[in-house]
Ligand binder design. Structure first.
Ligand SMILES: [Zn+2]
Length: 414
């Protein structure tokens, strides 16, 4: 294959269908005609790699109509990423794709803007040998053929992904300063979602659990006259920067990220509140920060850091204002939780380098409702009585903090 063609395939394959996508119905996947087909005989390079799992394979996707798609490779670990515009997976779990079990990992899920993402973990370095869309057939077929290569020939996409690959909304316009009498606006951020389920325990995913919790908390806050928006309303993937951008666009007075993560058993139990810190308070916090960022990278977007320019520019100026406010909210939250007898982590307020807390222009906290890896926490997290109590506690804390915060700010303005 010519080097130019290889580069083009490895970089970006973007096929625009002639159909007017805006009014076209979603394309349906045909599971019967879709599969991962393993190559029958490893090529010489695969033998060189020395693992019989590193075989050529083809991802075949049978779809109800031609759709635009793009293909690229990522490293750490090696992965194939396929984005498809307007593909409806029909609720089929990724594990039900025929042949998916031949790969170390295979996931799919919805993204924003109607795109669907497939991430296939590869057993070693590969290259895209061919990507094609057979549109004329009765059942259009997308075929992506991969071949194992020697490590030095692996060419994953790193960093500068190019705008065509990015899924981020335009950077927020500078928000209007809020009038003093306007209602409090809280942005709730249910962690993970879509292709990134977060922690999984006993069939319960963190992504589902925190989304449901966020929806309940949103109702409780609205009942108190507080404006609420969510960074995701359904089981779709939203990048970390996109979450902060959405909060900024909504004019957030407070950003609360909700999680129920996993840590090695015995390392963490009970609710914990994290605020931004340039250094992590302990190794558990570092593990969580790394995992959140890795999951974000795993989904392949937000590699460019477009919003970082804004964040960095504002960092020095605004953080001096927002950091004490975040800390104050963490104090309100943990003291309410203590009053309500909510089981808390041995260090209920901690600093961590969570990317989602980086926004310098509004106060933000990340609340671990509990840890799915702890059996006591897991029982509480899935108990409707506990959830109702936790919801009320957080809503009370937010309302009380908002009163205190506006009184402090009024004093400062004098
Ligand atoms: Zn999480």
């Amino acid at each position: 294959m010519r080097p130019g063609l290889i580069a083009a395939l490895l970089g970006l394959i973007l096929l625009l269908s002639a159909a007017a996508r805006a009014d076209a119905p979603a394309a349906q996947i045909d599971m019967g005609g879709s599969a991962i087909v393993m190559g029958a005989s490893p090529n010489p390079v695969a033998r060189l790699v020395g693992r019989d799992v590193a075989r050529p394979f083809t991802l075949r996707l049978s779809v109800s109509r031609p759709i635009p798609y793009r293909v690229f490779l990522l490293d750490g670990p090696p992965r194939l990423v396929v984005d498809l515009d307007g593909l409806d997976l029909g609720g089929h779990p990724a594990s039900t794709l025929f042949g998916a079990d031949h790969l170390p990992g295979f996931r799919w899920g919805r993204m924003r803007n109607g795109w669907t993402r497939i991430v296939a973990e590869l057993p070693g370095p590969y290259r895209v040998d061919r990507a094609s869309l057979r549109a004329a057939a009765a059942r259009p077929l997308i075929e992506i053929a991969l071949e194992p290569v020697a490590p030095e020939a692996f060419a994953p996409r790193i960093g500068a992904a190019g705008d065509a690959l990015r899924d981020l909304p335009a950077p927020a316009d500078t928000p209007e300063p809020p009038p003093d009498d306007r209602r409090l606006r809280v942005v709730l951020d249910p962690g993970h979602g879509g292709i990134d389920p977060g922690a999984i325990s006993d069939g319960q995913t963190e992504a589902d659990l925190v989304l449901e919790f966020a929806q309940g908390l949103a109702s409780a806050l609205r009942a108190r006259g507080i404006d609420v928006s969510l960074t995701r309303e359904d089981d779709s993937f939203v990048g970390l920067e996109a979450r902060m951008t959405a909060a900024r666009q909504a004019g957030a007075d407070l950003f609360v990220s909700l999680h129920a993560d996993a840590l090695p058993v015995g390392q963490a139990a009970g609710a914990a509140v994290y605020i931004w810190s340039g250094t992590d308070d302990d190794s558990a916090a570092r593990q969580l920060a790394l995992r959140h960022d890795r999951d974000d990278l795993l989904s392949g977007i937000d590699l460019g850091g477009r919003d970082d320019a804004l964040a960095t520019a504002l960092m020095g100026v605004a953080r001096t204002d927002t950091q004490p406010r975040s800390k104050n909210f963490a104090k309100f939250l943990t003291s309410r939780m203590a009053l309500e007898g909510i089981v808390m982590h041995r260090r209920p307020v901690q600093g961590a380098r969570f990317s989602v807390l980086k926004a310098p222009d509004f106060p933000s906290v990340l609340l671990e409702l509990g840890f799915l890896t702890d059996s006591g926490d897991r029982a509480r997290l899935t108990d409707p009585g506990w959830r109702a109590r936790m919801t009320r506690t957080i809503a009370d804390a937010i309302a009380a903090w908002a009163n205190d915060d506006s009184a402090r700010r009024a004093l400062l303005r004098r």
